[in-house]
Each structure stands twice: as C-alpha cells, then as structure tokens.
Design a protein around this ligand. Structure first.
Ligand code: CA
Length: 227
C-alpha cells in the first residue's frame, strides 16, 4: 500500500483528500503546516508527498527546496496559482508534477500513480504504454504496434515526458524547462519542429493527429487514440 503524505493547511481539503485517497487504497498521513510537513516528508517513510503551495508558516516553494535538499521522494505540488512561471520554477526546483486547484481525488490519484510508477521499485520494467505505443525508459526503445521507431535523443525525451502524463495538456514552456532545461524561453520553434518529427515517425500529422494533440495557444497532450 503506497504511503502518501499530504501537507495542506485547509482542513476541508486535507480531510477530504485523505479520506478519498484512503478509499483508493493509499495509506495517508497529513500535516497542516510546512515545517512539520518537511520533517515528515524527508523521513523516508513515504512513497510520495502532496505539497500545498500556500501554507501559513513557510512558502510551499521553500518547503519544496528544503525537501529536495535532502530527499528524492516524489513531490506533487498542489497549486491554486495557474501561473506558468511558478510552475516552471517549481518543476525546476524538483517538483515531479503539479495539480491545479480545484482538483478531484481521482485526478490526484492518477498523478500519484504516474509518479509512483516512475519512481517505483520495479526498475526492471520501466515501460510506458499508451495504446499500441510502448516506450522503454531504460533501453530508450520505442515501438508502435510492435515496430521499432528510430527517435533522436530529444524526440525520445519529449515523447517520454508526454507519455508519462497521458491526457494532460502540457504547456510548451514546461516542455522547454523539462526536456531542454530552458526555463526562460528559448527558441519557440524547437518544440514544434521536434513534435512534427515525432508525429511523422508515429505516422500522424498535426492536421490528422492520433496520439499527439495540440491545444491551440495552450500546449500539447498525448492520448490513447482508442480512447
Ligand atoms: Ca493552502
């Protein structure tokens, strides 16, 4: 049973998340402030931490940096600030993922499953599957319907990043930060060009997408074409 720590000062949110995650098979402990939260988060007892950004005693970003200074425990940021700069900064500071309030317990559970899968003990089989697309994170081999695809380094990194977050619209800003390690801009066309190469190899196009869908002005998401 995965052990989850929730650090959240809002009692209603904290208790409802704890209850709903417990219903979904997680063992949940909660903290209502950042300092005790950081102390528990780095204890080595948890498989993942859900960290609220707006906490009374310490900014959530500082709390994240304190956790990251000593622990690699997966951290999902819960933010009310749907603000690109903050999100990019947090991903850069070592957050594994984020959810924007208000979010459902199902949504959070899906994010938790993804980070637990990425950090999980099952190191032998770090494989992502989306429809008939499989991505092996260790051998860096990608197959589509059993056929091996030849992807360049950044194409692979980009596709893997999207496939680890299926269904979620990912902002280009976030992709630049995560894949190219360029939090502050960089060439706009880089991502578009790489996406078009990946699409070609997947046998699709922007006009006729299967896996990779562009949300105009927002970002891209990867979906199972069968869903
Ligand atoms: Ca709060």
């Amino acid at each position: 049973m995965p052990q989850i720590l929730i650090v959240e000062d809002d009692q209603r949110i904290r208790e409802s998340l704890a209850m709903r995650l417990a219903d979904r098979g997680y063992s949940v402990e909660t903290c209502q402030a950042a300092m005790p939260g950081v102390e528990r988060a780095v204890s080595g007892e948890f498989d993942a931490v859900v960290l609220d950004l707006g906490l009374p005693d310490l900014d959530g970003e500082q709390a994240l940096r304190m956790i990251r200074a000593v622990s690699a425990v997966p951290v999902i940021i819960a933010t009310a600030r749907d603000e690109e700069a903050a999100i990019v900064r947090l991903l850069d500071a070592g957050a594994d993922d984020y959810v924007t309030k208000p979010f459902s317990a199902d949504h959070l559970a899906a994010r938790l499953r993804a980070v637990l899968r990425r950090s999980g003990p099952d190191e032998d089989n770090r494989q992502l599957t989306v429809g008939d697309l499989t991505i092996d994170l260790d051998s860096r081999e990608v197959t589509l319907a059993g056929e091996k695809l030849d992807l360049k380094t950044k194409e692979f990194d980009l596709l893997a990043y999207l496939a680890e977050r299926p269904g979620r619209v990912i902002r280009k800003r976030e992709l630049l930060a995560a894949v190219w390690r360029q939090p502050y801009g960089g060439p706009d066309k880089t991502i578009d060009v790489h996406l078009s190469w990946i699409r070609k190899k997947l046998g699709e196009s922007a006009a006729a997408p299967r896996f990779i869908h562009t949300e105009r002005g927002v970002g891209v998401r990867l979906v199972d074409p069968a869903e």
